[in-house]
Design a protein around this ligand. Sequence first.
Ligand code: NAD
Ligand code: DAU
Length: 341
Amino acid sequence: MKIMVTGGAGFIGSNFVHYVYENHPDVQIVVLDKLTYAGNKANIADILGDRVQLVVGDICDAPLVDKLASQVDAIVHYAAESHNDNSLQDPSPFLHSNVVGTYTLLEAARKYDLRFHHVSTDEVYGDLPLREDLPGHGEGVGEKFTTESRYNPSSPYSSTKAASDMLVHGWTRSFKVRATISNCSNNYGPYQHIEKFIPRQITNILSGIQPKLYGTGKNVRDWIHTSDHSAAVWTILTKGQIGETYLIGADGEQDNKTVLEMILRLMGKDPSDYEQVKDRPGHDLRYAIDSTKLRTELGWAPQYTDFESGLKHTIDWYANNEAWWQAEKAAVEAKYAKQGQ
Ligand code: NAD
Ligand code: DAU
């Protein structure tokens, strides 16, 4: 099998490319990645060669996509603009990559009758009330997102991801594209860009900068290790039912304040040594995934069930790979400082 992995030089895409390279030696991989600020050739440099090829290009470039699509059996689509805060500053690249890009790939999948897996996010469902505000502290209906939850995105990022999911639905029904969709919760692990919450705080501490918490830090995210996400996507690609959506999550709900205090403690610092900064406009309160369908129908289960130990490994990775992030740190922090964050 030969697969095209879009966005395979970004955080989750590169972890998936490594996962397939290590676990499925019969699979050839073509990575199509524009190498935006979030993409980095170094993320896959160690495995580039006969089995893994990198093509630097835009998923909106229809002739390029057509040429590559004619040579593969499947597309696994990760490429996207992925950061909520950036989408609040300038939504236009989000429309380009997330909407037009997905359309361009779907047209190629339709033409060559390719298997298509679309990697999406739980954010398409908007947010959930905090458990403390739910009757019985959320032990009931509506406690978590399911495939029945209503689309209700909050930001330009999540609305463009919602739009891309809708395109996949339309192309599956009308043109019989053999597609599946997955909506996953917040990933953590190696190679995540330092603009994102966990790596930003780890690299702040490593750089002698006070960590930054938006608002009071009561917002809850449902953390999953990116390796578990990779295994789930592979399971859906190979065993999933065409036309179906699967939610991916590892029951990892934590509020931001708790995560930040855990990072500080694991790095030998005072857990209260952080700064509360301006909150994100429209900040989603809580995400939580019910992944029963994926677990019971396709037999997937997460391996990283101990968040604290996964976080410790992630801290070690950033501490041991300073050369990977150091050059960008000052510019990322200067951009946040301008936003009061
Ligand atoms: P990322 O920003 O780290 O990487 C995105 C990659 O896509 C980069 O390599 C970038 O160069 C590439 N890219 C962007 N626009 C492109 C274009 N027009 N053409 C070609 N390549 C382009 O993102 P990530 O966090 O790894 O997320 C990957 C995917 O997973 C996204 O679709 C995102 O919506 C989804 N997702 C992310 C999370 C998360 O927690 N990070 C959770 C659920 C789903
Ligand atoms: O739920 C899946 C989504 O998770 C993905 O679709 C997105 O691509 C991914 O970026 C992520 O979105 P979030 O907005 O949840 O992730 P982020 O890392 O930006 O922020 C996580 C939480 O931490 C959020 O509540 C905002 C908060 N935060 C973030 C930063 C950067 C802080 O408190 N301080 C910070 O410095």
